[in-house]
Design a protein around this ligand. Structure first.
Ligand SMILES: *[C@@H]1O[C@H](CO)[C@@H](O)[C@H](O)[C@H]1NC(C)=O
Ligand SMILES: *[C@@H]1O[C@H](CO)[C@@H](O)[C@H](O)[C@H]1NC(C)=O
Length: 649
């Protein structure tokens, strides 16, 4: 590896970023009146998704709240596995919107509450959710409905969700109207939908469309709280407070909406996502993050290059000279341990199983990121990213079985059945077990993220009927191959390891090992955590791919470097240590997630905290497999290389 290589990688990655653009799905043409051919639609369907908040990890389905639900409790669009597993529930709504037909103050439905226990309960659910800032997520024409406002520096900022209500608490109002002046919760029961469309081009769709047809560019929503008091009047400004208790009164919530269609032909359909993505973290920070990582990589590469080219070269030259020369000098340095470096480690079974699973995660990440870079997994393609990752994980059982079997065989292991079983069961088992426990918690809370029973069965079937057999196939080929030949023979009697200085002791080495890889990724990590927990959209996969490559390089280089130092100190226990050195990055990841939890999120409630750390543990575990495996194979390759060039009698 030289710096020219990195330069090439960088250039390739940059061209990926340049070429990267969100390809939307096929455009839908709308028109005032549908014609027989069905080339356009006049109904604009509005779908409602689950509600979530940054203050709790538990999302709820739309119908969990006492909103107006659609009469046909039927099907929303078909959801993919990734959406179901991660709690998205897209349902039809009963907003009736017709293309190019403005509506003012239409009643959606009216909900009345009397002093019954269950009515009080429904109101208390609304109050609680408003207090926790739960947000609606609506979808029109496969675009999120956005809520835009002006920031102080006069820039428009659009978020993809909008609050279901607001509150006035300890003298401060969090509402978008200044009419609110007493403590309590207020519900946004009126929405103004502003639908912008691009009117049809004559040559494209025919003359009929010039006046009457178009494609939807954006849907923005503005919320209001209106106390309609008997007759529906949307010009009223009195806010609608949800009473703390009904005390025998009747309380009504009338949900209303207005729709305005605006024409704007300056925005192209193909760039309709831009205004949402522009509101996301800007690219400057991303460049800074890349620059930061590159500095680390260059620094490390310099070190590694220096060691490989100078020290190692000198070492090898000297060793080989000693062998040919007459005066048998004392041997020194890493050559001394040639009879021990390939001595199989303790717990070789576990190590080989983890390496197999690590390869599985590594391949999955790589292929998913490649797909994402090519634009297949854009935000317009909801849930595609997670679906892709899960399917790939299942399909990549074969390399896992193969690698695990080969490594295990090279350790001289005999229990191949246990090896295959563990490879196919251990890490999926841990992930699935955690997931299952969290699912129980979500289920007990009535959350939408609780995976339905059928989906659980489907996941189990994917695991046992697809992943396990594929792992067996891989393991079969792995065991059939001859065991890996090591360049030097292993002595009968293990060498004594001399007393180590503080720097070459195992624990400090491992702890130091994770610092640099983590330093490369932590800025990117912030955006990723934001996209997971704060429902910000993540779309800069070009950057992510680049950072991933940098992570792989740093993990490999740090491990090789530390491995070399340890061998020079005549400590030959490198198998587990190389895994743990780079795998320790995952521990830093865990600390970072804790830090994020305390500094960025305001999560309350034992269940939410439990869920947050449950998901974090899954992430940390998979990340440990990923980084550990990278470090191990880098070190493995390095050691095989250096011992194959020295002459050993
Ligand atoms: C809808 O209202 C907007 C804003 O008042 C107006 O510009 C537009 O022409 C109206 N559209 C129709 C079809 O009436
Ligand atoms: C169309 O949208 C662009 C960009 O948001 C804006 O600058 C322009 O004023 C809009 N045109 C009309 C007619 O609203």
């Amino acid at each position: 590896m030289n710096n020219f290589g990195y330069f090439c990688v960088l250039v390739c990655a940059l061209s990926v970023i340049e070429a990267f653009y969100l390809p939307g799905l096929a455009p839908v043409n709308f028109c005032k009146k549908e014609d027989e051919s069905g080339s356009c639609k006049s109904n604009v369907l509005l779908y409602v998704n689950r509600l979530n908040t940054e203050e709790s990890v538990i999302p709820y389905e739309y119908k969990y709240f006492d909103f107006c639900t659609s009469d046909d409790d039927g099907q929303g669009p078909v959801e993919n596995l990734g959406q179901v597993v991660f709690g998205e529930r897209i349902r039809p709504s009963n907003y009736k919107i017709e293309f190019m037909k403005n509506e003012t103050c239409k009643v959606l439905c009216k909900k009345s509450y009397t002093n019954k226990h269950e009515d009080n309960q429904k109101l208390s659910i609304l109050r609680k959710a408003i207090g926790l800032n739960y947000k609606h997520h609506w979808i029109v024409d496969n675009m999120p409905v956005t809520n835009c406002y002006m920031t102080d520096d006069n820039r428009q900022y659009c978020t993809t969700g909008f609050p279901m209500g607001c509150y006035f608490r300890s003298g401060r109002s969090f509402c978008n109207t200044n009419q609110v002046n007493s403590e309590g919760s207020y519900i946004y029961n009126h929405v103004d939908l502003i639908i912008t469309y691009h009117s049809g081009a004559e040559e494209e769709w025919g003359s009929n469309f010039k006046e009457n047809g178009g494609r939807i560019i954006s849907v923005k929503v503005m919320t209001r709280t209106i106390n309609h008091q008997g007759n529906v009047d949307c010009s009223r400004h009195t806010p609608l407070q949800i009473p703390d208790s009904l005390d025998g009164n009747i309380f009504d919530i009338t949900y209303t909406y207005s729709v305005t269609f605006m024409q704007n032909n300056t925005i192209k359909w193909s760039s309709r996502w831009d205004y949402i993505l522009e509101s996301m973290p800007n690219t400057n920070i991303q460049w800074f993050s890349i620059l930061n990582s590159l500095v680390i990589v260059l620094f490390l590469s310099g070190m590694v290059a220096m060691i490989l080219l100078r020290t190692l070269h000198k070492d090898i030259a000297r060793y080989n000279q000693i062998d040919s020369g007459e005066d048998a000098q004392e041997e020194f340095g890493w050559k001394l341990v040639h009879g021990d470096v390939f001595r199989p480690p303790r717990k070789g079974m576990l190590l080989s199983v983890m390496l197999g699973s690590g390869v599985q995660v590594l391949c999955m990440t790589l292929v998913t990121l490649a797909f994402a870079c090519l634009g297949f997994l854009s935000p317009a393609n909801r849930g595609a990213l997670m679906t892709c990752a899960m399917v790939l994980y299942v399909l990549l059982g074969t390399p896992a079985g193969y690698v695990s079997a080969r490594i295990y065989k090279s350790f001289g292991g005999e229990k191949w059945k246990s090896n295959v079983l563990l490879t196919s069961m251990l890490s999926p088992g841990i992930v699935f077990g955690l997931f299952f426990v969290m699912n129980l918690v979500l289920w007990s809370k009535g959350s939408s993220a609780a995976v339905p029973f059928t989906t659980l069965i489907a996941l189990l079937a994917l695991w046992f009927l697809v992943s396990v057999p594929l792992t067996f196939v891989g393991a079969y080929f792995g065991f059939r191959k001859r065991a890996l030949e090591h360049p030097v023979r292993t002595n009968q009697i293990p060498r004594l390891i001399p007393e180590q200085s503080i720097y070459t002791q195992p624990i400090p080495g491992i702890v130091m090992g994770g610092v640099l890889p983590f330093g490369c990724i932590f800025i990117q990590l912030f955006f990723i955590l934001n996209s997971i927990w704060s429902s910000q959209m993540y779309y800069m996969f070009g950057f992510l791919f680049l950072v991933f490559i940098i992570l792989v390089i740093t993990c490999a280089e740090t491990t090789v470097l530390l491995c070399y130092f340890h061998l020079c100190a005549e400590d030959y226990h490198w198998w587990w240590r190389s895994y743990l050195t780079s795998g320790f990055t995952a521990v830093y990841l865990f600390f970072y997630c804790c830090h994020y939890f305390y500094s960025k999120l305001q999560i309350e409630g034992a269940a939410s905290v439990f869920l947050y750390f449950g998901y974090t543990l899954i992430m940390v575990f998979l990340f440990n497999l990923l980084t550990g495996t990278i470090g191990f194979f880098a070190c493995f390759w390095f050691i095989r290389k250096i011992y194959s060039v020295v002459k050993v009698d």
